[in-house]
Design a protein around this ligand. Sequence first.
Ligand SMILES: [Zn+2]
Ligand SMILES: [Zn+2]
Length: 353
Amino acid sequence: MSIKAYGAHARDKSLEPMEITRRAPGARDVQIDIAYCGVCHSDLHTVRAEWAGTLFPCVPGHEIVGRVSAVGAHVTDHKIGDLVGVGCIVDSCQHCEECDSGLENYCDGMVGTYNGATPDAPGHTLGGYSQQIVVHERYVLRIHHPEAQLAAVAPLLCAGITTYSPLRHWQAGAGKKVGVVGIGGLGHMGIKIAHAMGAHVVAFTTSPSKRDAAKALGADETVVSCNADEMAAHVKSFDFILNTVAAPHNLDAYMTLLKRDGTMCLVGMPASPHPSPEVFHLIGKRRALAGSMIGGIPETQEMLDFCAEHGIVADIELIRADQINEAYERMVKGDVKYRFVIDSASLSASIPR
Ligand SMILES: [Zn+2]
Ligand SMILES: [Zn+2]
């Protein structure tokens, strides 16, 4: 079936309206009419081929929410009319150790929601800047938030799980002092979720103007990271630091803030390497530097349920599909609080060339 989408035909081209096709739902497939799709930094990096391997045409989007409009004969978990979400993963090998553990995000055969390998036309997956998507039921999440919040739920499917998974893994919660570095799309979710888990949350930012915003998101304290005195006041005090900054920066400044056995986890992907951490800072206090990538499907469901229970959604700015190029320019400048979300209804007004 042919549907409307927004994507790019080449790395140096703007995004524009296009027609794409989706497969007819197979026995275990769920067809979803997309209501909203969040705009992630990975979308921009991929569509501009800033990371290697972008296949064109490229239709980004992996923060998808909508309503089930058809199901295959063997689908048991979802029915027509259900509110559902699709995140960064639409397939995986389904039999490796990672898949068996519900950590499909670490499966070597993981298929991304866009730019992943698929037998479907055009040979790679096309994402959520589109009217509809067809996904194997295993990778479809249930949404229990009120429908009125649906647009603001969309960013949970990437920004939410990317921060929830490490916070859960390193047991952020009551009695723990947790730092969140960077108050952007990922960081603002990290603050909300760590706060809801019961941790004492300290937000790190380079701009003093973000202090009030951080507090409103749930931070107990805010530290301006370029202020040496403010940083020094927190030396050897953190159990865990979630670092969401993708730009290369001095990790040592944060490593020294960790207690003995503390961990800093990186979730931002820099285009060039960070200056390496000073090994002494690791050895001297048995500290760990770690990384984490999105989350598995069961964990993503757990995150959505946790957020519904705690009334957590993203702070968003809703846009039409034809505003996406402008939105990218604003994202590059950091001019978004904190996530753009495309209203998919605007796609029906777009005229393919
Ligand atoms: Zn993303
Ligand atoms: Zn696997």
